[in-house]
Design a protein around this ligand. Structure first.
Ligand code: AHM
Ligand code: MG
Length: 322
């Protein structure tokens, strides 16, 4: 396998034709989103639409545009039966007789759009469980262990597609010379021992005692474990997880004291990232159980997440269990 290989060549050799078509359509859609993100300030597409989405959050113009672009490209793939998105209230049937469904956050970290910080598209692909015809919620409410492919595109200083079809994690950087996604990261492995922790520490007043104690552990000095660890937090899950995947670390969005769920969405934020990190040799849990073992019950449900290098996720667990 050679660096520089085009995405279509890679897919032909690593997955079936229908999945390859779906991933290529998704990648094409993300190229369009990437261009819009790069030029956002010039085209009056920064700021909000004035609407709120199904989760009661302000919709940014680019959230809405990205959602429409992905639906168009995935419909054109002819292999994507159904679409679940952070931006749509319900599931949508794109091609009644196609084999796969996709759950996406079209533009994650959208509060960072206007300030030029990295943002991304997150996705997970399942095989439908229903027979032909319109998709059903059961097609989407599958455990992460059933995932057939997942990943993200980060729109940062480069635009990079990181994904797995179950055997290794690969990265394709968008070559701005020829407009092709080209292989740049082969069989990615996250360091087993990380030294970065990523969390919105401003919320510390709402954290459980176990969570507070883990943060205290991260900031203490200890030569043997290279502490204190560095705190790095962009507020864009794609940016924070991408950095930690490469450098080693833990990203956390815990449940607040007295609550059981965190902020991030299980089907299109937590499961795709957990699938990737596990395929890269890392870990991902809700503080108790593997994310990929959780049985989703609602399409927009939320989960706490602790994801990254094994040493740090395991250490967080010790503190969370008290
Ligand atoms: P979004 O899907 O509305 O953009 O929200 C998800 C984002 C994640 O990218 C990020 O990790 C998190 O929200 C940050 O939340 P907070 O500002 O509470 O730290
Ligand atoms: Mg999001």
């Amino acid at each position: 396998m050679q660096k520089g290989m085009k995405l279509d060549e890679f897919l032909i050799n690593h997955t079936n034709l229908e999945m390859a078509k779906l991933l290529l359509a998704l990648a094409e859609g993300c190229k369009v989103i990437g261009r819009l993100v790069n030029n956002a300030g010039l085209n009056d597409i920064t700021g909000t639409t004035g609407e709120t989405n199904v989760q009661g959050e302000t919709v940014q113009k680019l959230d809405d545009l990205s959602n429409k672009i992905l639906m168009d490209y995935l419909t054109a793939s002819e292999t994507c039966a159904g679409y679940l998105s952070e931006e749509n209230e319900g599931i949508v049937t794109l091609r009644a007789n196609a084999p796969y469904t996709i759950s996406v956050d079209p533009l994650d970290g959208s509060s960072n759009i206007d300030v030029c910080a990295p943002i991304g598209t997150i996705f997970a692909i399942n095989e439908r469980v229903s027979q032909l015809g319109a998709v059903t919620e059961a097609d989407f409410l599958q455990k992460g262990d059933n995932t057939k492919a997942a990943g993200y595109v980060i729109y940062g200083s480069s635009t990079i597609l990181i994904f797995s079809v179950g055997k290794g994690v690969y990265g394709f950087t968008l070559n701005t010379q020829d407009g092709e996604f080209r292989l740049s990261n082969i069989d990615m492995k996250t360091p087993e021992k990380g030294k970065i922790y990523s969390i919105n520490q401003g919320n510390i007043g709402k954290f459980t005692d176990g969570m507070k104690n883990f943060i205290q552990y991260c900031v203490e000095s200890d030569k043997e474990t290279s502490r204190p660890y560095s705190l790095r937090y962009i507020g864009s899950m794609v940016g924070d997880v991408h950095r930690n995947l490469l450098k080693g670390g833990i990203f956390m969005y815990p449940a607040n004291k007295g609550e059981t769920k965190g902020k991030l969405r299980l089907l299109y934020e937590c499961i795709p990232m957990a699938y990737l990190l596990e395929n890269a040799g890392g870990m991902a849990t809700d503080g108790n159980q593997r994310i990929l073992e959780l049985q989703p019950t609602e399409v927009h449900e939320r989960s706490a997440i602790f994801i990254g290098s094994k040493n740090l996720v395991e250490k967080a667990h010790e503190f969370l269990k008290g």
